[in-house]
Design a binder for this molecule. Structure first.
Ligand SMILES: [Zn+2]
Ligand SMILES: [Zn+2]
Length: 164
């Protein structure tokens, strides 16, 4: 799910993704990565500005303002919570929520998505969950969140009321 920062190994946040263009940011060391197809340009984000660390690429120019804005917004508020299915991107209802965990359920995928609130990141997808074969309870399917939050997610998922 997460790409790691080359500098410190922290999870990168994806702030924008359209076709082959991606805006990635490391909340831990303020490295910003602009992905333009096969080319990656690294910047250091400091005091609202981007300082290029790699050889320049003309195609980067139109992205600098929106990239700066996206980072500034993220630094202010973190990723806000949007109840989307992580498989098909559809808006889905919230099944349960606690202070640092939100569980949503997509009826068409028959798959749940678990979100966790992480310091410095805001709400990020931690994994998916589904129904046991006999339909009696939910269990974690694919976990890709931080290791220290697995137990919390698992107990939230297995503690969900039995599906109707
Ligand atoms: Zn970093
Ligand atoms: Zn879905």
């Amino acid at each position: 799910m997460f790409e790691r920062c080359a500098a410190d190994g922290a999870d990168l946040v994806s702030l924008h993704h359209q076709d082959a263009v991606r805006y990635l940011f490391c909340p831990s060391c303020s490295m910003a990565v602009l992905v333009l197809g096969g080319n990656r340009l690294r910047y250091r984000y400091r005091k609202g500005d981007l300082f290029l660390l790699d050889p320049d690429d003309d195609r980067a120019l139109p992205h600098l303002d929106p990239f700066r804005d996206a980072i500034a917004r993220f630094v202010r508020t973190g990723q806000s919570f949007e109840p989307f299915c992580s498989r098909d991107g559809g808006r889905v209802p919230i099944l349960a929520e606690a202070e640092r965990v939100k569980l949503v359920w997509c009826a068409s995928c028959r798959l749940g998505t678990a979100y966790v609130a992480r310091l410095g990141y805001g709400w990020t997808v931690a994994g998916t969950f589904g129904l046991e074969e006999d339909g009696s309870k939910y269990s974690v399917r694919d976990y890709r969140g931080p290791d220290d939050m697995y137990a919390l997610i698992e107990s939230a998922v297995t503690g969900l009321p039995k599906p109707a």
